[in-house]
Design a binder for this molecule. Structure first.
Ligand SMILES: N[C@@H](CCC(=O)N[C@@H](CS)C(=O)NCC(=O)O)C(=O)O
Length: 206
């Protein structure tokens, strides 16, 4: 089994923190997104979607979505469960991971990928040319601001998003809050609960 990754990028980071917390010893290979290594034919043969993370199993099967990778590894290594243990926890954590990807990471990606040369004609991941839409930058900032307000309410008075222990939902929210730094939109002082939650999660995860 081998994990193809690029540690600093947000989706690989979601898996990286999962693996670190669980203490899983995994073979990894870096796919350097800064040199566009995701488009190399050798990697494309592994993941035709040209994205990381990708987990290749010993029988050649490839899982190329964070939720799939974490679900699989959590079943394989049940110690320190991060994807839930009861049916309700599993459902809530899956819901959170989906929500945080759509409402958190995608808002930041709108800003990041629709401006500047680095993502010119690469407004979406993959090897299809997609032109930038500058108007999405402003919309993305509004999405981030709305996300902060919503998450501030969610974490108010809570240590964890689901139940009374750390889960992948917490890791994903923590990664979202790191990703917003890439577009220089920090958690505002109007969201003190979220600021405090991030600080305590940093101590736990880093
Ligand atoms: N569906 C994937 C999305 C993975 C994804 O978008 N990864 C980004 C890095 S955060 C990527 O590989 N981007 C390649 C590119 O921009 O060309 C998942 O949930 O893991």
């Amino acid at each position: 089994m081998k994990l193809y990754t690029f540690e600093m990028a947000p989706n690989p980071r979601r898996v990286g923190l999962f693996v670190k917390h669980k203490g899983i010893d995994l073979a990894t290979e870096t796919v350097d997104l800064t040199t566009k290594a995701q488009f190399d034919p050798a990697f494309k043969a592994i993941n035709p979607r040209c994205t990381v993370p990708a987990l290749q199993l010993d029988d050649g099967t490839v899982l190329a979505d964070v939720i799939a990778i974490c679900t699989y590894l959590d079943s394989l290594y049940p110690d320190k469960p991060l994807m839930g243990t009861t049916p309700l926890e599993k459902a809530q954590i899956a819901g959170w991971c989906h929500r945080l990807y759509v409402e958190g990471l995608m808002g930041v990606a709108d800003v990041l990928r629709n401006t500047g040369d680095m993502f010119k004609d690469r407004a979406l991941p993959g090897d299809v040319l997609i032109e930038q839409i500058p108007a999405l930058v402003d919309r993305g900032m509004k999405r981030i601001d709305g996300f902060y307000q919503a998450m501030n309410q969610e974490v108010e008075g809570r240590e964890f998003l689901v139940g009374d222990s750390l889960s992948q939902a917490d890791i994903d929210l923590y990664v979202c809050l790191g990703f917003t730094q890439w577009v220089k939109r920090d958690v505002p002082d109007t969201c003190p609960a979220l600021q405090g939650w991030r600080a305590s999660m940093a101590e736990r995860l880093e």
